[in-house]
Design a protein around this ligand. Structure first.
Ligand SMILES: [Zn+2]
Length: 89
């Protein structure tokens, strides 16, 4: 069992536990440095850089996931589409 939030963090509708729902999410084309995204729903990462085509992100972990695959303060680069928008930074 996990403690994933199952509701959209914006409107509160059921969302399967990944940030905000599709309707509330800011599309990846509009993500900016400083915005908060999640990979699995229980973690939060701050965007520290994003490519001009919004294909790749560097993100810094601010809330580590329960599974512990990354620790607070660690930075990783990854495909933007692996993440879901949580809120504006
Ligand atoms: Zn929503």
């Amino acid at each position: 069992m996990s403690d994933f939030p199952n509701e959209c963090q914006q409107c509160g509708r059921p969302n399967g536990g990944k940030g905000v729902c599709w309707e509330c999410a800011v599309p990846v084309e509009q993500w900016r440095v400083g915005d908060i995204v999640t990979r699995y729903g229980d973690d939060e990462h701050e965007i520290i850089s994003i490519t001009d085509d919004h294909y790749l992100l560097d993100v810094k972990c601010i809330v580590p996931p329960g599974s512990g695959w990354i620790a607070e303060g660690e930075v990783e680069g990854n495909l933007a589409r692996r993440y879901s928008f949580v809120r504006r930074g």
